[in-house]
Ligand binder design. Structure first.
Ligand SMILES: [Zn+2]
Length: 443
């Protein structure tokens, strides 16, 4: 098998629009934001994995990235997997929502920045192609402590309260960690001299430890990857897991930067300590199966009401702007995202793409949306021998994809109409489909 890596800097410039909010020009880039490309191939299969330090990715930006990378590498569009680390301290790359808001004179995404991201993808893809080397693949895993916690905390009356990422109350902080997956899974690529050409490390937790909408910050995933690179060499790519209901909130006890470095170190150490015991995979080849499954959108309220609400929000924003006041509200981003989906899928049936990349005997599952950790645990339970590694955050159009039982609970954020465009049952549809692809691809 051969692997090559490429990295591009996609840090916005000072003053460029950033984040989910409007009118938030970037004040400072605390760290770079990166786009990384991992190009894998054997005699029969070539695949590219792309990760971006950005909040979320949507259909249009994924199509633009795939077209760019396909052009640069000759790899078919269908073999390119694009994922975001979900760091919230970054520009919001949603060109279709920008179009909806642009019709109302509101801008949150710079076209210069967008073009720079695509150019970065092209450069990183070319670098990955150029650096392809023959490797052996190894796997190891470790455990990270005191990073992830479940953010749906059940109160005494049975209702759910959100344990956000920062500024958590003592009551919520002292509540149990809840269901998480503490495992850091690592895939190591070594050349014939035993040198590490690159690695993939996987962990599931919202990258919102830093969580500052006026700064660019790669959050703990960026620092964890950089520590692994520094210690062992090669390019390390962080793959975000099913963190829909997982936040760092229980353990953000210090300053944002301090918390970020501590959590990153915890994940990096879990990876680095496991490295000496890494097992060479018995099968050294690649397989890729993918397909689309029908998922159903839940868009509330109706289209006329959404347009009315959007006009109202935009008027409030313009009023604040002319009065020289700040406007700390991102409601219209959610409304614009819903209008995009209704324009594209008026019957509310949206195809969702799932990939299963077999690296040796290891299935790497890539799911769309913000998936709950239970989905990942369910797939691990169903395939105890193949140890599937489950990623989310490819196309985020569905936004939160809670498991069906979460919809029956009172309270919580992930099932609210603002950022959950998914009906109860979609998580189970995606789980069953991923299981089918694992059986097909890994047999
Ligand atoms: Zn999220």
């Amino acid at each position: 098998m051969e692997v090559g890596f490429g990295t591009a800097d996609i840090t916005p410039e000072k003053g460029e629009p950033t984040s989910l909010f409007i009118e938030h020009p970037l004040e400072e880039a605390v760290t770079p934001l990166l786009l990384k490309v991992c190009y894998l191939r054997d005699e029969e299969q070539a695949t590219v994995i792309v990760t971006l330090d950005t909040t979320s990715l949507y259909t249009q930006v994924i199509e633009d990235l795939c077209r760019t990378i396909a052009g640069a590498t000759g790899i078919p569009h269908s073999c390119i997997i694009v994922q975001s680390t979900h760091t919230h301290s970054s520009p919001f790359l949603h060109p279709a929502a920008q179009e909806v808001l642009g019709r109302r004179g509101v801008r949150f995404l710079s076209s210069t920045y967008y073009a720079r991201v695509l150019q970065g993808a092209e450069e990183a893809a070319r670098e990955a192609l150029r650096t392809l080397s023959i490797v052996d693949v190894f796997y190891s895993s470790g455990m990270a402590k005191q990073v992830a916690s479940n953010r749906r905390v059940r109160l005494a009356d049975g209702s759910i309260e959100v344990r956000w990422s920062r500024g958590v109350s003592d009551e919520l902080r002292s509540s149990p960690e809840g269901i998480i997956d503490p495992v850091v899974s690592c895939i190591w690529f070594k050349n014939s001299l035993g040198q590490i050409m690159g690695s993939l490390i996987h962990y599931a937790c919202h990258a919102t430890t830093y969580n500052n909408y006026l700064k660019a910050h790669w959050d703990f995933p960026g620092y964890a990857a950089s520590e692994v690179e520094h210690q062992l060499g090669g390019t390390c790519m962080f793959l975000q897991g099913c963190a829909g209901n997982i936040s760092p909130g229980k353990y953000t006890v210090g300053e944002p930067q301090e918390d970020c470095l501590r959590m990153a170190h915890e994940i990096a150490i879990a990876a680095l300590d496991s490295y000496p015991t890494a097992q060479r995979l018995g099968v050294q080849s690649l397989s890729l199966v993918s397909g689309e499954v029908s998922t159903t959108l839940r868009i509330l309220p109706n289209i006329d009401e959404l347009n009315r609400l959007l006009d109202q929000e935009v008027a409030k924003y313009q009023e604040a702007l002319s009065a020289g006041k700040s406007f700390d509200n991102n409601d219209f981003m959610s409304i614009a995202a819903r209008l995009v989906l209704l324009e594209r899928y008026p019957d509310k049936n949206m195809p969702s793409k799932v990939f299963v990349l077999g690296v040796g005997e290891l299935p790497l599952v890539f799911l769309p949306g913000e998936i709950f950790i239970e989905t990942s645990l369910q797939l691990q339970f169903e395939f105890p021998d193949t140890r599937p590694i489950v990623m989310a955050y490819t196309d985020a159009s569905l936004e939160y994809v809670p498991i069906a039982s979460a919809f029956a609970e009172q309270g919580g954020y992930e099932t609210s109409e603002d950022w959950c465009f998914s009906v109860p049952g979609n998580a189970e549809v995606l789980t069953a489909y991923a299981a089918e692809l694992i059986r097909k691809g890994m047999s």
